[in-house]
Design a protein around this ligand. Structure first.
Ligand code: NAI
Length: 296
């Protein structure tokens, strides 16, 4: 992992309070992870039910990762439901993990910039939008940096720190310091489609979709990958990531699994049907009790 440590020195910035906006697949787990690492995290979402679910899931993580009632109680107290964003002004790091739509993110960051304290990191978890585009409406676009976490957050050590064309070096440094402070490994990448990891991962996923479209059973595709030595098959992985997210990344990299002459593909069709994977209970698999149901 030494090769990945190309981040700059990071003295001075000691983040303690994180504010996360979007309490879905990623935001909920990012906030919970920050708390496990000793920070205070406030969690905001338009949909209060999402925050409730997030707090519940976080408690499961605390029980798994922390020893003793005192430690768990203290973690529960450090994770704050904040539907109105009252904690934004106190946060050292603000992470956006809302829906992957440019205009919605732009509107949010224009607001956040006004509320955030000076020196706070403004970060987006986007996986397919250009940082330069998200930063456009900001008075200080050089402030925006990408913090691209991977799903499942608690298990994957890497976080891509995305440097947009205009991102100030100081912000990249602070973002790296934050990633290190939450015991993850920062990898600085350029703001190109797919950054680094998805450039490698997305073609693998899209080829699996093509195989599936060509009639190979999803279980067989996943078994092949597993027996090859991957920790999880691509079909299950896509369901975990969220098919809407995978579809966006495929489009962004221009490798959507459409057959010649057809605009539609299985992935896009599932997304249209609202079958987004684990988070909606069905994607390539039907999910029961957090596990994919496989045909024998
Ligand atoms: P999700 O759909 O699970 O959660 C999004 C949440 O944002 C929902 O709870 C929704 O109610 C909330 N929301 C939407 N608009 C909002 C607004 N204006 N203000 C406050 N809350 C709002 O989405 P997911 O998968 O967590 O993705 C979030 C972001 O993270 C996206 O930008 C995605 O590209 C990125 N990402 C996703 C990964 C994944 O594996 N799912 C991996 C890395 C990045």
């Amino acid at each position: 992992s030494e090769m990945l440590k190309d981040s700059a020195p990071k003295d001075g910035f000691k983040p303690r309070k994180v504010h996360v906006i979007g309490a879905g697949t990623m935001g909920a787990d990012i906030a919970a992870w920050c708390v496990v690492s000793g920070m205070q995290a406030s969690l905001q979402d338009l949909d209060e039910a999402q925050i409730g679910k997030a707090l519940k899931r976080a408690k499961g993580l605390f029980k798994k990762r922390l020893r003793g009632k005192t430690a768990i109680d203290s973690a529960v107290a450090r994770l704050i439901a904040d539907p109105e964003g009252k904690h934004i002004k106190h946060a050292d790091v603000i992470i956006e993990a809302i829906v992957e739509k440019l205009d919605v993110k732009q509107t949010l960051f224009a607001e956040l910039e006004k509320k955030a304290k000076a020196g706070a990191v403004l970060a987006t978890n986007t996986s397919s939008l250009r940082l330069e585009d998200i930063a456009k409406p900001l008075a200080d676009p050089g402030r925006l940096v990408g913090l691209h976490f991977f799903n499942p957050v608690a298990q994957l050590p890497l976080v891509e720190v995305v440097r947009g064309e205009g991102t100030r070096e100081e912000e990249v440094d602070k973002a790296c310091a934050f990633v290190t402070a939450i015991n993850k490994l920062p990898l600085i990448t350029k703001s190109c489609p797919g950054f680094l990891v998805n450039r490698v991962l997305a073609p693998y996923m899209m080829e699996a979709v093509r195989l599936y479209q060509d009639g190979q059973p999803r279980e067989k595709i996943d078994q092949a990958a597993l027996k090859f030595g991957m920790p999880m098959g691509p079909m299950e992985l896509m369901d975990m990531v969220g098919l809407d997210i995978c579809n966006k990344v495929g489009e962004e990299l221009d490798i959507s699994p459409s057959s010649a002459g057809k605009t539609d593909n299985v992935l896009a069709t599932l997304v249209k049907q609202g079958k987004l994977g684990k988070k909606t209970g069905e994607g390539f698999y039907v999910w029961v009790d957090g596990k994919p149901k496989r045909e024998e």
